[in-house]
Design a protein around this ligand. Structure first.
Ligand code: C5P
Length: 235
């Protein structure tokens, strides 16, 4: 069974500060999206990568991919994205040709995920799991709060889930294709990851080991960390 990857890269990246859409910002001189695409194409199991570009930026992203060296055994498609991450992933799924039974969804904002993590996710889907997420234990304790009406006002704590049973989930998340398509067709409301939609269908989702370097570049400090990781890899 062949594996395709959908990379939602249509986000604005507001939390990163003013500038280009997040996926197009450079890390050590190369756009984050290119790092992410290479990280996926590095897996020998991946034969197609669908990049979901900002709605008005599909042509620019196509040019970007053409201008960077990418593995020849992998095919690339670029489609325009939507208002939400969910809509963008959906646009990527709609563009998938037949013949790909396994689909990974990977944030462009996680440019440094190691290939072993990618392969681990694919292997777990091949072994029969309909949905697989790479995950790590938490170092911080997590509180559930009642959001305050006013900004910056103290927020009452409602609960403290047992930390040892919590996981922070990353991408790529891997799916049996039919399951992911069904999830996107039937789910309503806001979800922050694709596996969450599969849970809503009542189907099992499993965690496999994630990796520190698969962190999401969200805030300015994350850019500093990402460039330090790249520098260490080159050393
Ligand atoms: O906003 P967040 O960091 O959760 O975004 C995760 C990924 O989803 C990013 O790669 C971003 O480009 C993508 N995204 C998208 N379309 C949107 C919003 C986010 O493809 N409308």
């Amino acid at each position: 069974s062949r594996t395709a990857v959908v990379i939602p890269a249509a986000g604005r990246g507001v939390r990163l500060g003013p500038g280009a859409p997040k996926a197009l910002r450079a890390l050590n001189g190369t756009p984050m999206l290119i790092h992410a695409v290479r990280a996926m194409a590095e897996s020998r199991a991946v034969s197609l990568v669908v990049v979901v570009a900002p709605p008005d930026g599909a042509a620019a992203v196509k040019t970007l991919l053409d201008d960077h060296a990418l593995p020849e055994r992998t095919d690339f498609l670029v489609v325009p994205g939507g208002e939400s991450r969910q809509e963008s992933v959906r646009a990527g799924l709609d563009a998938l040709p037949p013949g790909f039974d396994i689909v990974l969804v990977h944030d462009a904002a996680r440019p440094l995920v190691p290939v072993d993590t990618v392969d681990g996710v694919i292997e777990a889907v091949r072994d029969g799991a309909p949905a697989v997420v790479p995950a790590l234990p938490l170092s911080d304790t997590v509180k559930q709060v009642e959001p305050a009406a006013e900004q910056d006002a103290p927020e009452p704590v409602v609960a403290t889930p047992e930390r040892a049973r919590l996981r922070a989930v990353q991408t790529p998340q891997g799916f049996d294709r039919a399951t992911l398509v069904r999830a996107h067709e039937s789910v309503t409301g806001q979800v922050t990851d694709d596996a969450g939609m599969v849970e809503q269908l009542g189907l099992p989702v499993v965690c496999v080991p994630g990796h520190e370097e698969a962190f999401k570049v969200t805030r300015p400090l994350d850019l500093v960390l990402a460039e330090a990781v790249l520098a260490r890899r080159r050393a």
